[in-house]
Ligand binder design. Structure first.
Ligand SMILES: C[S@@+](CC[C@H](N)C(=O)[O-])C[C@H]1O[C@@H](n2cnc3c(N)ncnc32)[C@H](O)[C@@H]1O
Length: 375
């Protein structure tokens, strides 16, 4: 499978090797086996070296993957229609987590302006210094007259605030722990240094934290799953959700991501879990390959998100598919307005393609869910 992936050049390999050297030191310090969630955190966010912290293109046609806001403006315009009543009613702020290239922020602000529903402030919470710079440039190019509304935040606001929190494809990027249910018990899938000095897998006995998390996620269903059964849990989700919503005193938090719900995340047929890597528009399942050069994600367990929401006093609407969400928030109108004013046939074709990608069941339409949590 690796042979089908495009080879990184010498500079990219050297970059990845620097990150691998850092990871090896952490493996040593951890006694020989590193928790996968720590590996994933380093691979994505190690300062200056991790996938999201270093300078690679990542998003869009020249990068590794395309997200809904990167396809065009349709997603953002529908989202603006969903948020406008809430922003008008609360006279509140908007806070976007993990804003990527800034594409969503720019289109959302422009559409909210057209709808007469601009937030008081638009906060961008971003871990990566490199991405902050790109977001700044994007907003400056696309909506310079609205730049004054935008703040970059290092942490969620400390003071109570009202309005809307938005996160598109952020939860899938939060680190996961990997487990293997075997005939002889529960094991953690961790990262070690293999014979030739390369990163390699190992399975170690699960610690108390992993037992608790797997038990909480699987409950009695564990007994019905085939062995071995490999999957993941995201212990960071509940504390992270509590942290990012703590000061939201009235409003809604909207999370869009690929995921499963209704008890289907740990389905018997999904016995290798949901971890995926994205490298130059190819998806594969080897996160130890070229750390720092590829995205690593795992699907979202929307049931775990609902449980985490309940624990912090948020009321969860039933999760809906992205297609249903967009159709329910003006997709028809957005499409016909844009179609009527499109420059030429190419623009109309692109628009139709964008709507297909966003809504077709096998594309983003049903694989993506929208969770709205209210307070
Ligand atoms: C897959 S990208 C999605 C980017 C963008 N939202 C989009 O839809 O194109 C994941 C984003 O989440 C950010 N991220 C990951 N963990 C985060 C955290 N704990 N807080 C804020 N942002 C985070 C990454 O830096 C990156 O911008």
């Amino acid at each position: 499978m690796h042979s089908e992936l495009p080879e990184p050049d010498a500079g990219q390999r050297a970059h990845s090797e620097r990150l691998v050297a850092l990871i090896r030191r952490e493996i040593d310090a951890a006694g020989g086996a590193l928790d996968f969630s720590r590996f994933m955190d380093l691979a994505l966010y190690a300062p200056g070296l991790g996938y999201y912290s270093a300078g690679a293109t990542k998003f869009g046609a020249d990068g590794d993957f395309v997200t809904a806001p990167e396809l065009g403006f349709v997603f953002a315009r529908c989202l603006a229609r969903a948020l406008a009543p809430l922003l008008r009613e609360t006279h509140g702020d908007a806070l976007e987590l993990g804003p990527g290239s800034g594409a969503l922020a720019a289109e959302l602000l422009l559409e909210l302006e057209r709808l007469g529903a601009l937030p008081r402030r638009y906060g961008l919470l971003e871990r990566s210094a490199d991405l902050r710079e790109r977001q700044r440039a994007r907003l400056h190019a696309q909506c310079p007259h609205l730049e004054g509304l935008v703040d970059w935040l290092d942490a969620p606001p400390a003071r109570p605030w009202r309005g809307a929190l938005i996160a598109n494809e952020v939860i899938d990027a939060l680190p996961v722990r990997l487990f293997a249910l075997r005939k002889d018990g529960l094991f953690e899938r961790a990262v070690q240094v293999g014979g030739s000095g390369r990163l390699d897998w190992c399975e170690v006995e699960a610690d108390a934290g992993l037992w608790r998390d797997v038990d909480g996620a699987l409950g009695a269903r564990a007994a019905t799953l085939p062995r071995p059964y490999r999957s993941e849990v995201r212990p960071l989700l509940a504390p992270w959700l509590a942290e990012v919503t703590r000061s939201l005193e009235r409003g809604a938090a909207l999370f869009v991501d690929y995921g499963y719900r209704g008890g289907s995340f740990y389905a018997p047929q999904r016995r290798e879990g949901t971890l995926r890597c994205h490298y130059r528009h190819r998806a594969h399942d080897d996160p130890l390959l070229w750390p720092g050069l590829q995205d690593i994600t795992a699907w979202v367990d929307f049931d775990a998100l609902a449980a985490a929401a309940a624990a912090c006093g948020l009321a969860a609407d039933p999760v809906m598919t992205q297609a249903r969400f967009l159709i329910g928030h003006g997709l028809d109108e957005v499409f016909s307005d844009a179609h009527a004013t499109a420059r030429d046939e190419t623009a109309r074709f692109r628009l139709a393609q964008e709507v297909k990608r966003l809504t077709l069941p096998a594309e983003m339409g049903e694989r993506f869910g929208v969770a709205i949590l209210r307070r």
